[in-house]
Design a protein around this ligand. Structure first.
Ligand SMILES: [Zn+2]
Length: 344
């Protein structure tokens, strides 16, 4: 099997030859270019070059392509800070109150910065290596996360807690979902084989499971359905311990669920077996500061628990830090080959 067949099998819950491996490595890839990361994250050619060089070094099966968590927000008018040594961050919201939601317009990804630059990077990667590696173009962020950036996290959490303007919260979420869905289509049109949303704000570490079910989950489910109707594969990424919402998370219907090391692997596998493909969950702190043999141990354990019957892609649980040592990334990729082979 080649990388694309391997990833496709894992997502389809068929047995691949071995566990596929992904890297969520836009930060170390940009860092390795040696210049300002802010430059890389604002120019599609540079971002593609960074991801290409990293793929040539590590040979992973799946590339997760993005420029951080503020792309959609910036396209919607949020002020974003670009930094030389890390991913950009959302800085100043575009609206101050829920009542302003109706003045927000859905950006055209092909003409709106920085979406248009990520689309450019997607086209370059698809042209250069799209037949050798699975490219996931991330439509970051998901409805809840983007909504929190549009109006500010504190304001949104307060409105959700008081619950007096639930209709307007839903309207803001509808808008955010429309933005991400439109962008997801453009990423696929540009050559990505799957797309992904980040929803860290929707996770139990930030929001109660009750509010996840009421506000975030129906939006994620609708987004999955709209994309699935066009044959598009969506990954849903929620950081932290997702066990309190694991059945709702699975019920979004997302073909891939991206989880990190805080989610109990046994419980996740028991809930998701035969229903979805998990991606992750190696601790990014371990990858940043541990030794290659510690990384190998963590990968071996994850494969033993998550790989049986297929439906598993090994990778970091979240975005790798800028200065993650190359030997630890090699240890991660090699572990999939060493421990992830499926019996005939
Ligand atoms: Zn995460």
């Amino acid at each position: 099997m080649n990388a694309i067949e391997r990833v496709q099998a894992a997502i389809d819950l068929r047995r691949p030859d071995r566990v596929p491996v992904d890297l969520h490595n836009f930060q170390p890839a940009a860092f390795a270019m040696g210049g300002s990361m802010a430059e890389v994250f604002q120019h599609g050619e540079l971002l593609a070059e960074a991801m290409l060089q990293a793929w040539r070094e590590f040979g992973h099966d799946m590339i997760l392509l993005e420029n951080g968590t503020a792309c959609n927000a910036q396209a919607c008018g949020v002020q974003v800070l670009y930094r030389d040594d890390a991913a950009p961050v959302a800085h100043i919201p575009v609206i101050e109150s829920l009542e302003e939601v109706d003045r927000l317009a859905v950006p055209d990804p092909y003409t709106t910065f920085p979406m248009c630059e990520i689309l450019k990077a997607t086209r370059i990667l698809a042209r250069e290596i799209g037949d050798k590696v699975w490219i996931c173009g991330r439509a970051d962020q998901g409805p809840m996360d983007l909504a929190s950036q549009l109006i500010g996290m504190q304001t949104l959490m307060l409105e959700i807690a008081t619950g007096e303007k639930a209709d307007l919260v839903h309207r803001l979420l509808d808008y955010a979902r429309t933005v991400s869905t439109r962008y997801a289509f453009a990423l696929i049109e540009s050559g990505a084989r799957s797309t992904s949303i980040g929803e860290p704000v929707a996770g139990p570490d930030v929001m109660s499971p009750r509010h996840y079910r009421k506000y975030a989950q129906p939006q994620e489910k609708k987004m999955v359905e709209d994309l699935k109707a066009a044959g598009i594969i969506l990954h849903n990424h929620i950081c932290g311990n997702t066990i309190p919402i694991i059945n709702d998370f699975i019920a979004t219907g997302a073909q891939v669920l991206e989880i990190d090391h805080k989610t109990d692997m046994r419980k996740a596998k028991a809930a998701g077996r035969g229903k979805t493909c998990f991606l992750g969950p190696i601790n990014t702190s371990l990858l940043a500061t541990g030794t290659p043999s510690e990384v190998e141990d963590a990968c071996r354990e994850a494969i033993a628990l998550m790989a049986p019957d297929s439906g598993f892609i090994l990778g970091p649980g979240c975005a790798l830090g800028s200065e993650t040592p190359a030997e630890n990334i090699h240890a991660l990729v090699e572990s999939a080959k060493k421990y992830g082979v499926y019996p005939d």
